[in-house]
Design a protein around this ligand. Sequence first.
Ligand code: NAP
Length: 234
Amino acid sequence: MTATLITGANKGLGFETARRLIAVGHTVYVGSRDAERGRRAAAQLGARVVQLDVTDDASVAAAVRLIDADGGLDVLVNNVGIQEEMGDDGVVVGAAGLTAELMRKTFETNVFGTVRVLHAFLPALQRSAAPVVVNVSSGLASLTRASTPGGPAYPGVAYPASKTAVNMITVQYAKAFPAMRINAVEPGFTKTDLNRNTGVQSVEQGAEIIVRMAQIGPDGPTGGYFDAEGSLPW
Ligand code: NAP
């Protein structure tokens, strides 16, 4: 049995990823910062639930203890992400309005949260026969695309920068842990609460690459950056 933890799986792409991995036989832990939202999602999915706030050391440590006691972890999907710079009206804070506080909040979840969870689950992953990590990044992380004329018109700074950091974390962890398959993925612009449901893809389409990279075997790629069509430029 493959044991898989998906952070932020109580809704959106994480929830859909959980549904699909359960369908192929994974034992899935739905990570949710709110215990009740997590319980509801897990009951709907037939998954296990673990309370996990990626910004909170104690909550992450308790999640490690629970999953270790249950038999360990094979696959970690770092799915949690926030797009703090998008207001309720859909307006994105660009460079002119960017503050250190907005940057800090975004990095607290998207970057430090990812590292907090990765670091805490490393011993469990190292005990697995076929450890896999999927870091949910974004196409907006690509410096090549952002700096190419005609590239994405997205004006925000904090969210793309946080995902560029996630990409570097992916590359460096992949080099440090060659026995693990560690990749970054871009789901594509997907209709979820993250973007006030302005996305153009369904969660079924968006979860495709996350689900695929969560299932790669020891011969699969590592240290890469992929969307559903293939490799992306860094
Ligand atoms: P979503 O529907 O807003 O889901 C985000 C999830 O993260 C929710 O379960 C949320 O929990 C959870 N979360 C937020 N902060 C947390 C924290 N501190 N601790 C634990 N959980 C936390 O967004 P989504 O679109 O599915 O996003 C999933 C991932 O895909 C993110 O990393 C996002 O950046 C990435 N992505 C999305 C798109 C897109 O177009 N949607 C495109 C590229 C990349 P609550 O319910 O408690 O808020």
